[in-house]
Design a protein around this ligand. Structure first.
Ligand SMILES: Nc1ncnc2c1ncn2[C@@H]1O[C@H](COP(=O)(O)OP(=O)(O)O)[C@@H](O)[C@H]1O
Ligand SMILES: [Mg+2]
Length: 276
């Protein structure tokens, strides 16, 4: 009986930014299985975002290979690459930066439906409504612009857009880092519900060990571009071995909990919400 290949398989991935001496990502190998929840943690500057961007093929590696569902991602071009991209989606830390400030959020959630030809034009409005409902947003908010939503609502929009193409793997780069404690928990709960319903796998990048505990079964610890420790999340965090893991655990114990602030839009809505 043949074992199915991991969904994502990265080997020897290396990237040095021009003008720097040390590689931001140095000989990284990792795998994520279908439906698996993997966390990637590490101090600021350890190379997590660079690794995410490499996996998404937003930047090209100097060396190494990336296989997705058994296919060589770095060899794909054109239509074949576009199709794999539908299966592999990224959610950023800052949804405000990821969203176009001048376009209504509903239209932005519809973008992947159009780009991947998933829903005929006449069905797009209903599909956007369904996506808003899936992520717990009032579909009337589709008429708003990004700045008219709260941070938590914006991250839900970004998640709705990522889900639109029915991906198999989400790369989540600090998806709750800018959210307040209660909103953070709501977004993690939402992600977990969606993962179970859709059979998603994820690579959750975070410097928040609480988020890693809540939302991963396996953890990878990154330091200076390398994976320095890996294993079951609870076991690794209970008995960290690598100095980088110990430092993260120690820092967590010293940090006071962040204050709670209400999750509000940046400004009062300037247009009244209309239904689609
Ligand atoms: N666009 C870039 N150009 C040059 N250096 C970069 C760029 N992006 C990141 N780096 C450098 O690469 C290293 C890793 O950064 P990053 O991947 O953003 O780490 P993390 O997400 O873990 O904080 C850092 O030293 C950072 O300064
Ligand atoms: Mg980062």
């Amino acid at each position: 009986m043949s074992v199915p290949p991991p969904l994502l398989e990265v080997e020897g991935l290396t990237k040095r930014w021009p003008g720097t001496t040390a590689a931001a990502v140095a000989d990284v190998s990792l795998a994520v299985a279908s439906g698996e929840r993997v966390a990637l943690v590490g101090a600021s500057g350890s190379g997590k975002t660079t690794l995410a961007r490499l996996i998404l093929r937003l930047i090209e590696p100097d060396r190494g290979s990336i296989r997705f569902a058994g296919r060589d991602l770095l060899a794909l071009r054109g239509e074949a690459l576009r199709r794999v991209r539908a299966d592999l989606q990224l959610v950023f830390q800052d949804p405000l930066a990821a969203l176009d400030p001048r376009r209504r959020v509903g239209a932005q959630v519809a973008d992947p439906l159009r780009a991947h030809g998933l829903v005929p034009r006449t069905g797009r409005s209903a599909a956007v409504t369904a996506l808003f409902e899936r992520v717990g947003l009032d579909p009337a908010l589709a008429r708003r612009y990004p700045h008219e939503l709260s941070g938590g609502q914006r991250q839900r929009v970004a998640i709705a857009r990522a889900l639109a193409s029915r991906p198999r793997l989400l790369v989540l780069d600090e998806p709750v880092a800018q959210l307040d404690v209660s909103v953070k928990a709501q977004i993690l709960d939402l992600l977990e519900r969606l993962r179970r319903e859709e059979g998603l796998a994820w690579l959750l990048i975070t410097h928040d060990l609480g988020a890693a505990r809540a939302a991963s079964d396996r953890i990878l610890v990154m330091a200076e571009g390398r994976i320095v420790e890996e294993g079951p999340t609870a076991a690794v965090l209970a008995a960290p071995r690598a100095p980088a893991t110990r430092a993260l655990v120690a820092a967590e114990l010293r940090l006071p909990p962040p204050p709670e602030r209400p999750d509000q839009p940046l400004t009062a809505p300037s247009v009244s919400p209309r239904t689609m």
